[in-house]
Design a protein around this ligand. Structure first.
Ligand code: B1M
Length: 213
């Protein structure tokens, strides 16, 4: 079995310590950090998602797999962030109210910081008013929201409504993403930018800040 599939396997079993060792081995062997993330850790997490959906595994197993994923991703952080800082700008980021999933949001944050942006992490289960208060107080250029649950993703629309009411709608770029979100949903709620993955979210944020800041 290849090292990347070993990483995926062990991550699915929730073996954080082994995942860390394998990720370190892959780094030491000169593998690309993005490849380790996408073909090792994220491949494993997709399989976890399928098994969860088919009731083959349950929340506790998903939770320990998620911890193993985070442990592996932490080692990749400095590598994913290395390179020229491209931009200046401030982003407040969070997973929307009602939603506790934070792995993807953390990846987006990591990639944005790697490109030189200042990121205020509001965490998960973030109320719409917190996004707005933070954007005003901190003078953010971007509000970035993540959603994994179809049941609570509509709370993103409330953030946009409140941004309008607070008079900041034309001053901030509102970015949305996460497994539940699509371009159609982005258009429906009137968000400015939908991207499918963390790298393209960071690239879009940089592109905007280079023009705006
Ligand atoms: Co939950 N969960 N979960 N879960 N979970 C999903 C999302 C689900 C699809 C699983 C399934 O049924 N197949 C399903 C949602 C169904 C739906 O709404 N349609 C689900 C469910 C039902 C639930 C619970 C309700 C289960 C229960 O309690 N019965 C519960 C909800 C709790 C809550 O939030 N209130 C729950 C709980 C959990 C755990 C706590 C156990 C754990 C989360 C741990 C954590 O995050 N710290 C968990 C996990 C791990 C998952 C799956 C398996 C994996 C999610 C993940 O981290 N993926 C997930 C299945 C799946 O998505 N296939 C599932 C990896 C991550 C990197 O992907 O976040 O999509 P993602 O990020 C991607 C892109 O989307 C993008 O970048 C990343 C890639 O580079 N991206 C952005 C993300 N944010 C972005 C923002 C951007 C741009 C791009 O711009 C701002």
């Amino acid at each position: 079995m290849s090292l990347l599939s070993d990483i995926s396997e062990q991550m699915q079993k929730g073996k954080s310590k082994i995942v860390k060792e394998l990720v370190q081995q892959a780094i030491d062997e000169g593998m690309d950090a993005k490849e380790i993330l996408e073909e090792g850790l994220l491949t494993g997490m997709n399989i976890i998602g399928e098994k969860f959906q088919n009731n083959e595994i349950f929340v506790p197993e998903v939770l320990i797999a998620a911890r193993a994923m985070a442990a592996g991703a932490e080692l990749l952080k400095p590598l994913l962030q290395s390179g020229e800082a491209e931009a200046h700008g401030k982003v407040c980021i969070g997973t929307i109210k009602g939603d506790l999933h934070d792995i993807g949001k953390n990846l987006v944050k990591m990639m944005m910081e790697g490109k030189g942006l200042e990121v205020i992490d509001l965490g998960a289960d973030v109320a719409p008013e917190r996004f707005i208060e933070t954007a005003i107080k901190e003078n953010c250029n971007i509000i970035a929201m993540s959603a994994l649950l179809t049941t609570t993703m509509n709370n993103m629309g409330t953030v946009i409504k409140q941004a309008d009411e607070a008079g900041i709608r034309d001053k901030v770029l509102i970015m949305v993403g996460g497994a539940a979100v699509t371009q159609t949903f982005c258009d429906k709620i009137g968000a400015d930018k939908y991207t499918t993955d963390a790298s393209s979210a960071a690239a879009a944020a940089v592109e905007y800040c280079q023009k705006a800041v």
